[in-house]
Design a protein around this ligand. Structure first.
Ligand SMILES: [Zn+2]
Ligand SMILES: [Zn+2]
Length: 326
């Protein structure tokens, strides 16, 4: 597939202005909703793959709730090792394919620039090493910490649980609602992270990445990991199953690598087979004070922080940034 360099700023971008793919449209459009559901849940989308992975890992490598009843080194380390391997394999695999093997060349890559090397903005003067350090260090540790605490709470009856047989409708609804909850939580935490107090202390580290690669997604300051991963605490109040928790863990951790590849889709034989990044969030990394959420939720549109890729939106964003810096 040939790129279409329609703008000198980008190697590739989708048709602009960006459309509104949020499910929250008024009046509700039945055909649109059916199409959204089919695209996300009735194909082998990244979400469906994550759910399958969650079920497989629940039955094979993660410790059980019975293990989690009492604190012990063994099951906590086991969880950490699984998360480490997951993040390393998914982010590392995508990095290997796109940036080492160059399996897709520049087709559907947003940025024109290579990932940074010999750049003092990054730890180790290298973007990939910097991103790996924060992902595999603080990221995996805190992902595991949240997960084991919720497991212990579930195992001891402090966090409510369900099973598929006890509550099949709620069990399925959880899976469908989880990305929407995550998007809601992410928008608000992310806006908070752009308040100068938090931006200077925490969020600037994720924003070192203007050109994105898979390792950039989960590369955050420990303070940001703490805030970003607090989405997992929903399992303490809303009854769920460990499979939901694992899906949530994959979605937030290794899943972040899948939304920051720097490419829009994975091409197989020139066909778009897997969504692996959005221009929406790429615009956030380039222009900062816009597109705090993701396309699932309408918040950016409702609060006037939506960047649709047009020059007018860039000018609006620059004005907003100036006002915030005053
Ligand atoms: Zn990002
Ligand atoms: Zn940000």
């Amino acid at each position: 597939m040939a790129d279409k360099p329609a703008s000198p700023l980008w190697n590739y971008h989708p048709d602009l202005p960006l459309e509104n793919p949020s499910v929250f449209q008024w009046p509700p459009d039945g055909r649109f909703l059916a199409h959204w559901f089919a695209k996300n849940w009735l194909t082998l989308s990244e979400r469906v793959m994550m759910v399958i992975l969650a079920v497989v890992l629940f039955y094979t490598v993660y410790p059980s709730l019975a293990d989690a009843q009492t604190w012990a080194f063994g099951w906590v380390i086991q969880t950490w090792v699984v998360n480490m391997v997951l993040c390393f394999t998914i982010a590392g695999g995508l990095h290997w394919f796109f940036y080492m093997k160059k399996g897709q060349g520049k087709d559907l890559r947003f940025s024109m620039r290579e990932l940074a090397q010999n750049n003092r903005k990054f730890d180790f003067d290298n973007q990939v090493k910097d991103n790996m350090f924060w992902t595999l260090g603080s990221g995996v540790a805190q992902l595991t910490a949240y997960q084991v605490v919720v497991m212990w709470l579930m195992a001891n009856g402090y966090a409510p649980t369900i099973t598929f047989t006890s509550n099949p409708i709620w069990f399925v609804a959880w899976v469908l609602l989880l990305p929407i909850w995550s998007a809601f939580h992410f928008y608000w935490v992310h806006r908070l992270l752009h308040v100068p107090f938090f931006y200077k202390r925490f969020h600037h580290l994720h924003h070192r990445n203007i050109d994105l690669g898979p390792w950039s997604g989960f590369s955050m300051h420990p303070g940001e990991h703490l805030m970003y991963l607090s989405t997992l605490l929903v399992h303490v109040v809303v009854a769920s199953h460990p499979v939901h928790l694992i899906f949530h863990v994959i979605y937030q951790g290794p899943g972040a690598a899948m939304t920051h590849t720097g490419y829009e889709d994975l091409l197989i034989k020139d066909k778009r087979r897997l969504a692996l990044g959005t221009f929406y969030h790429t615009l956030h990394h380039k222009y900062f004070e816009c597109n705090y959420g993701n396309q699932e939720m309408p918040w950016d549109r409702w609060f006037g922080t939506f960047h649709d890729g047009s020059d007018t939106a860039t000018q609006d964003t620059r004005r907003r940034m100036k006002a915030m810096q005053k």
